[in-house]
Design a protein around this ligand. Structure first.
Ligand SMILES: [Zn+2]
Length: 369
């Protein structure tokens, strides 16, 4: 069982430490695996990282535009020293002290194995473009900086989703993050309370006037961190909160943010405090239509493999959010990564095999009409 080519590649890549912005070693290993497949590649430069996004091309014999395939090179922590262990039942896990890195090594292995098999069998296939971004786990920071004028494809498959093989995401939300700091005035709370402006109460009253959780259908809002004050006998001069808003509807997010902002302004003003806002659209919502080439190709490929295609929106972001901003219609495909971002993370050899077959079906299908 140890000589399974899919597991061998998985094992090799999973043993490399590849956190966000430090993907150098993984990228070099990937280049060494891509060269024998006939893939030509180039790497861009990402400031603050040891490595750039890796972009590759492979010409095919079938008609049609190239298809873009993508999986990211970075992983979350704890990842130092991780090793893949293949169990009797085909389950692949870490030793339980680190993540496994199936997110996103599974996707990378499936792409490599599909290309290897197509090449070995001499099967005519579509032209392929490959993008292995860095720093996906930082809200797609790597793919956000890629130069998309290099890409000819208008259809993408991003292998970066949990769920059974055949599951695909055709829509993902806008994720908007914010930090609000209320500035009041410090004073001794016992000796001169009249001289103080309590920043914590300004923030608290704004929070209590707003709804959190799912304030409207399909929109979530959260305060996840609060900081402020110094001592029990000092009226706090500063209080800050950090949170996020997400929805599949980009405008609904912006509208809700205006509500949050106005409430903090109003509640701060009541007691003479001043709020300051920093915010950022981390990723932008997209929806790939059900009549798109990506969906048609995917459904056909699933049918050929006898797999049920399940296409749904997801509430997580991926590099596909950035592709969509550049006119690329893509699907994010389940690729055998389960309980990701935990030390219980696992992949299944049977699923890696199944997804490889599915990807071969996609790449060997003539352009969908
Ligand atoms: Zn991922």
């Amino acid at each position: 069982m140890q000589s399974n080519p899919l597991f061998n590649t998985f094992n090799k890549l999973a043993s490399i430490y590849s956190p966000s912005f430090d993907e150098r070693e993984l990228c070099d290993a990937l280049k060494a695996l891509l060269s024998p497949l006939g893939v030509s590649f180039e790497e861009d430069t990402i400031q603050g990282g040891s490595c750039g996004n890796l972009f590759g091309r492979l010409a095919g014999e079938l008609n049609g535009e190239p298809i873009l395939l993508s999986s990211h090179m970075d992983t979350v922590e704890p990842a130092r020293g991780k090793q893949a262990i293949l169990h009797e039942d085909g389950r692949i896990t870490s030793d339980g002290t680190t993540i496994l890195g199936a997110d996103n090594i599974s996707g990378i292995c499936i792409i490599l194995e599909a290309l290897r098999r197509i090449r070995e069998a001499g099967t005519p296939h579509r032209s392929v473009e490959l993008l292995f971004p860095v720093a996906e786990e930082r809200y797609g920071a790597g793919s956000a900086l890629f130069d998309y004028s290099k890409v000819k494809a208008h259809t993408a498959f991003v292998l970066d989703l949990s769920g059974e093989i055949g599951t695909a995401a055709n829509a993902a939300p806008t994720i908007f993050s914010f930090e609000i700091t209320a500035a009041g005035k410090a004073s001794h709370s016992g000796l001169a309370p009249q001289n103080g402006i309590n920043a914590i109460t300004a923030v608290a009253s704004a929070i209590s006037k707003l709804s959190w959780g799912e304030p409207e259908q399909g929109l979530t809002a959260n305060i996840g961190l609060i900081k402020g004050g110094e001592l029990g006998n000092i009226i706090p001069a500063l209080c800050s909160v950090t949170g996020e808003i997400r929805s599949l509807n980009h405008n609904a997010v912006l509208k809700h943010w205006q509500r949050v902002k106005a409430t903090f302004e109003q509640e701060a003003e009541k007691i003479g405090a001043t709020p300051e806002f920093t915010f950022k659209t981390e990723i932008t919502a997209y929806e790939t239509p059900m009549d798109s080439t990506a969906v048609k190709l995917f459904k056909k490929a699933c049918e050929k493999s006898g797999i049920t295609a399940g296409i749904h929106p997801t509430l997580g972001g991926s590099d596909n959010n950035n592709f969509a901003l550049h006119g690329i219609e893509g699907l994010v495909l389940a690729c055998s990564m389960h309980e990701v971002h935990s030390v219980r993370e696992y992949a299944l050899l049977q699923e890696l095999e199944q997804c490889t077959e599915l990807l071969i079906n996609i790449l060997t299908e003539e352009e969908a009409k």
